[in-house]
Write a protein that binds this ligand. Sequence first.
Ligand SMILES: CC(C)(COP(=O)(O)OP(=O)(O)OC[C@H]1O[C@@H](n2cnc3c(N)ncnc32)[C@H](O)[C@@H]1OP(=O)(O)O)[C@@H](O)C(=O)NCCC(=O)NCCS
Length: 167
Amino acid sequence: MIKSMGITKENWEQCIMLNPNKMGKVNVVNKFVDSVAYSLVWGFMEGLTARAIYDDEILVGFTMYGFCEEVSDYKIYSVLIDKNHQGKGYGRRVLEHLINDIKKIPGCNDIYLTFNPENLRAKGLYESLGFKNTGKKFRLPELVRKDIYGEEYDDKNDEYLYSLNIR
Ligand SMILES: CC(C)(COP(=O)(O)OP(=O)(O)OC[C@H]1O[C@@H](n2cnc3c(N)ncnc32)[C@H](O)[C@@H]1OP(=O)(O)O)[C@@H](O)C(=O)NCCC(=O)NCCS
């Protein structure tokens, strides 16, 4: 019997992995950053704050942040500058604005973020803003890991967890 069910915390990841193509991957997540579609659904489910980044009238990127239960503090979940606008200083400015905004949130002591170990540009940018390696690794959800790496994934694909103390 056919039935329909709502999109919930338990099923939304499986839902967006539905693939009408016989071959190929869904690629809802890239190696270095979640797609905006993925982020938006995640943000909706977790009550995160998503922001489109404009330069005057031009959309240049996307960011999302919010409280993360895993680290018991605030986390920047996504920073994505469109490929046509990378290397122009937007990433740095967006992060500086975000840090200032998050600092105003009562009870927030540290800002967390994660990134792929091979993403050296992001690493340099985050470290230059004062983020430090916590030494902990962040393991991507299983479906996401499979979408990016196929079945061939191991510990080296786990993301670094960095934090910035703001008090
Ligand atoms: C990573 C990212 C957010 C950086 O934003 P950006 O607008 O491209 O970067 P900026 O122009 O602000 O430059 C930030 C720093 O990176 C360095 N940088 C810029 N382009 C670079 C490049 N092609 N290679 C290496 N370093 C580079 C700059 O030197 C700059 O440092 P500086 O201010 O000391 O000179 C952006 O490139 C991006 O969205 N990349 C794809 C998605 C991604 O990786 N997001 C982060 C996931 S954790």
